[in-house]
Design a protein around this ligand. Structure first.
Ligand code: UFG
Length: 327
């Protein structure tokens, strides 16, 4: 299939691109390189540097290539930042998505995969969180993804546009090839920050609060290996002709911040200094996904469900790429 991957120079998009190419698909990456890295793009993918806010540029991509499917990763993704800059999220994330969707519909590219988020579930009634859970976005970021999910729902109703909305919990790890991993600037995610302390690039890690109603008082999250996430995209894409779908994507198991740091210490064999700090605003105590639906419907099964393996792959990436992609 000929697939347009927006944000294909970013962490998850670049690893999905790698998997698609390994499976024989043709990939066109569209990325503005604000956060992505040119070196992260698989050499067999075509690369276009551009802005989704530039509708003419988006149209030109569809005009030039016979795109059959779109995977939309390009997005602002930080919950905390969205609380400070809501227009960037409810504005740019939504209008960029709208440009992309309008051109996809106009060019009859009617298969679409959306990177959605666990931030749709700020106040879950049940844990683990399944697709029946009511949507309560936790931030303008979560709301922007909710709006995109709702647009997709209506495009399916009106145009028969087929989509999958994949709500990621905590993506982690690196490609087992060792070639692609996390390189954010600024870095805000727990595992890469902890491994930067192990590498001596940071003195210490701050644990954001230890007074949550969890076993050890620190927040519990569901860490999913980025390659398993990538496989879920590919399975969802292949199933789209049978209908649109929405899945929550995690391992179904939660680990506390302290457990993650403990496993990082074991994997790296290094003492990792961590101190308790205040809570970070907007962090729910516990987020664990039920991924029963995608397991049942598509036979998805994570290949790397162990936190230790996830951290081993992340460590291999950070150890061998201490400065990420080096740009
Ligand atoms: N944490 C720390 N110290 C740090 C960094 C993180 O204690 O220096 C804690 C956080 O408070 C949180 C956990 O580690 O409890 C995980 O934090 P991350 O920043 O790694 O990930 P989040 O769970 O905040 O965010 C992830 C994705 C978002 C997505 C969100 C959905 O990165 O894009 O899940 O809830 F929106």
């Amino acid at each position: 299939m000929k697939i347009l991957v927006t944000g294909g120079a970013g962490y998850i998009g670049s690893i999905v691109t790698e998997e698609l190419i390994q499976q024989g698909d043709e990939v066109i990456v569209f990325d503005n390189l604000y956060y992505g890295h040119r070196a992260a793009v698989h050499p067999q993918a075509a690369f276009i540097e551009g802005q989704l806010s530039d509708r003419a540029a988006v149209k030109a991509v569809f005009d030039a290539h016979n795109i059959e499917a779109v995977m939309h990763f390009a997005s602002y993704t930080l919950v905390g930042e969205s609380m400070e800059q809501p227009f960037m999220y409810i504005g740019d994330n939504v209008t960029n998505g709208l440009n992309l969707l309008q051109e996809a519909v106009a060019h009859s590219a009617r298969r679409f995969i959306l990177s959605s988020t666990a931030n749709l579930f700020d106040d879950p009634e049940r844990m683990p969180i399944d697709e029946q859970e009511r949507i309560v976005p936790g931030s303008p970021y979560g709301e922007s993804k909710n709006i995109l999910e709702r647009m997709l729902y209506w495009l399916d109703r009106v145009y028969g546009f087929r989509y999958a909305a994949l709500r990621y919990f905590n993506a982690a790890g690196a490609s087992p090839s060792g070639e692609r991993g996390e390189d954010h600037d600024p870095e805000t995610h727990l595992i890469p920050l902890t491994l930067q302390v192990a590498l001596g690039q940071r003195e210490r890690l701050t644990i954001f609060g230890d007074d949550y109603p969890t076993q050890d008082g620190t927040c519990v999250r569901d860490y999913i290996h980025v390659t398993d996430l990538a496989q879920a995209h590919i399975l969802a894409l292949r199933a789209l002709d049978e209908g649109s779908r929405t899945y929550n994507l995690g391992n179904g198991q939660g680990f506390s911040v302290k457990e993650v740091i403990g496993t990082c210490r074991e994997v790296t064999g290094r003492p990792i200094l961590a101190e308790i700090g205040p809570r970070r605003s907007g962090d729910p105590a516990t987020l664990i996904a039920s991924s029963e639906k995608i397991r049942r419907e598509l036979g998805w099964k994570p290949k790397y469900p162990d936190l230790r393996t996830i951290i081993e792959h992340a460590w291999e990436w950070h150890r061998t790429h201490p400065h990420g992609y080096g740009d």
